[in-house]
Design a protein around this ligand. Structure first.
Ligand code: PLP
Length: 416
């Protein structure tokens, strides 16, 4: 008996795998410092926890409406209108899902035709290095991935010309992620406007069905004076921008599994119905008693979000100054999210004191974990350019950052 090639071709998430490995080493009593998981170390704000407990105590334990209850969808629509400047949204344009991951999966599944009549697969453009799950999600939906390579010198951001050149009549969507995991950088308003203009021009001419899937999971983790801007707030692309958000990162709610998608207008309403249909045949809805907690998070917890953001700013400065002082390691200064994506390729071709050759980011991450008990994510699965880099998450204490970077420095110094 055979499993589907669609699934056998799929690689498990490297980030989850490495994180599991680091946890296992720690469980064996090793003093592992993990910079692997993309997960804040803060507890979920108490008000949010209390809202879920109160809902349970009220007996809110039965099935919820598939896309989320109207009150929660309305709160999300209001947030996106007021904070993100996205016009024309109502509850009907929102689907609440089990994490941003499910929202992205459903958006792609709703857009992509896996068996197009003309025989050639749809294409989805992904600026790379990019979050590990985009490419597998795109392929599972039946489309072809087209990578748009970026470099540390470009702050890992695509240019309008690059986008223009990559677009073809087969392009169905561009996935944008600002602030970026793994790169830790973000587009400013002017850069986003220039990309929006290219999309709008292409939509008028060669690509009438072109969409932007804009993953804004890290919108509130802004570390510099670059303001977060939603591309869906620009008139010229508003009706074709699918904004994906979630509570995992900003509200320290990774385990709660809450995300959403939003797209205004007539198309947005049909996209939301399609995503809800997919959800109705798979997971139904998020857990009913979490819906009031989502409303509490979005309406009452701005101070908690700000407190955590300020901590991320301090941690970002600490890791950046330490990591850039280590010989042969370079990365752009993080401006958003909680990652540094460090180019470690100048150490390829060296060996560890135990005689292990370092010829790839995977070798580097493996040896760093084994020799110095520091876990990071090797960049191979983040797309072109990632193979030179390792990702370090700084959603951990300043003390851990200090000790971890000391160990990283000692590891690099030990290479010959
Ligand atoms: N998008 C990006 C860029 C991420 O880094 C993640 C999680 O790491 C997600 C989406 C999905 O997050 P969640 O499913 O927890 O909302």
């Amino acid at each position: 008996m055979h499993l589907s090639p669609r699934v056998t071709a799929l690689k498990p998430s490297t980030t989850l795998a490495l994180n599991t490995r680091a946890k296992a080493l720690r469980a064996e009593g090793n003093d592992v410092l993990s910079f692997a998981a993309g997960e804040p170390d803060f507890p979920t704000p108490q008000k949010i926890v209390d809202a879920a407990i109160a809902a349970l105590n009220r007996g809110e334990t039965r099935y919820a409406p598939v896309p989320g209850d109207p009150a929660t969808r309305a709160v999300i629509a209001e947030k996106l209108t007021a904070e993100n400047g996205i016009a024309g949204l109502s509850a009907d344009h929102i689907v609440v899902s089990s994490g941003g991951k499910q929202a992205l999966t459903h958006a792609l599944a709703a857009l992509i035709d896996p068996c197009p009549a003309h025989g050639t697969p749809d294409q989805v453009l992904i600026p790379v290095p990019a979050w590990v799950s985009y490419a597998p999600m795109v392929r599972l939906a039946g489309a072809q991935v087209v990578e748009l390579p970026t470099t540390p010198q470009m702050d890992y951001k695509i240019t309008p010309d690059q986008l223009r050149t990559a677009l073809s009549p087969r392009t169905k969507a561009l996935i944008l992620n600002s602030p970026s995991n793994p790169c830790g950088t973000m587009y400013d308003e002017e850069e986003l406007r220039a990309l929006a203009q290219v999309i709008a021009d292409a939509a008028r001419t060669t690509c009438p069905d072109l969409c932007i899937i804009t993953d804004e999971l890290y919108e509130k983790i802004v570390l510099s004076d670059i303001a977060h801007v939603s591309i869906g707030s620009f008139d010229e692309v508003a009706s074709r921008s699918i904004t994906v958000g979630g509570l995992s990162k900003a509200y320290a709610m990774t385990g709660w599994r809450v995300g959403y998608l939003a797209c205004p207008g007539e198309f947005g309403a049909s996209l939301a119905s399609a995503a809800a249909k997919l959800q109705s045949q798979s997971t139904t809805s998020i857990a009913t008693f979490i819906l009031p907690a989502v409303r509490t998070a979005l309406t009452e917890c701005a101070a908690d979000v700000e407190r955590m953001r300020v901590a991320f700013v301090e941690r970002g400065q600490a890791i950046y100054s330490r990591i850039s002082a280590i010989p042969g390691i370079a990365c752009p200064k993080p401006t958003g999210a909680f990652y540094v994506f460090a180019d470690i390729s100048s150490h390829f071709g060296k060996t560890t004191p135990n005689g292990v050759a370092i010829n790839s980011a995977a070798d580097f991450a493996e040896a760093l974990l084994i020799d110095h008990l520091v876990a990071c994510i090797p960049g191979e699965d983040f797309g072109a350019g990632g193979e030179n880099c390792c990702r370090f998450t700084f959603a951990c204490s300043i003390g851990q950052i200090r000790d971890g970077m000391d160990r990283l420095g000692a590891f690099v110094a030990s290479l010959r």
